[in-house]
Structure formats: structure tokens, C-alpha cells
Write a new protein. Structure first.
Length: 86
């Protein structure tokens, strides 16, 4: 059995479908970012599983959020995906 400290080191992963549904970007974009290494992901057979911390970090630090004149109302994504996918 794994110890609690070991469980905390396991990254939270979702399939491409679950990831794009959770954050609202296209499946194509998530796959492209995963294949290019922009976000951390692993392949298990034909499925790609995305490290959600990596995806959220990428989205929150993307070009749009770095613009000085970004539209009002745009804020970092903050959702508790682990609660949703228990």
C-alpha cells in the first residue's frame, strides 16, 4: 500500500476529453500542446492523459493573460478538478 506522502507526488491526470471539457478549450488544442511538449502528458495505448497542473499553469500563463491591455474580467482559471472527478 502507498504511503500518504507517495500519493501526494502522483500528478492529477485526465484524458484529453475530460481535460478539454473541464477547461473549455478544444480537444485539438489539448492534443497539440501535449504532443509538442507544451504541457505534460503521457500516452497509454491510444489515449493521451494530461497532467492537469501543467495544463492549468500553461493556460494561466498564456499570451492572453500576459497582455498588458487584456480585457476586463479575464482572470486565472481556478477550479477544483479533483473534487469533480472523484
Amino acid at each position: 500500500m502507498l504511503e500518504n506522502s507517495s500519493l501526494q507526488e502522483i500528478p492529477f491526470m485526465l484524458s484529453v476529453k475530460q481535460a478539454f471539457e473541464a477547461v473549455g478549450v478544444s480537444a485539438y488544442a489539448v492534443r497539440k500542446w501535449a504532443k509538442s511538449g507544451t504541457i505534460s502528458a503521457v500516452r497509454a495505448g491510444v489515449k493521451i492523459f494530461v497532467n492537469m497542473k501543467s495544463l492549468m499553469d500553461f493556460l494561466n500563463n498564456s499570451y492572453l493573460t500576459k497582455q498588458h491591455n487584456k480585457p476586463e474580467g479575464i482572470s486565472p482559471i481556478s477550479i477544483d478538478l479533483q473534487e469533480e472527478y472523484k
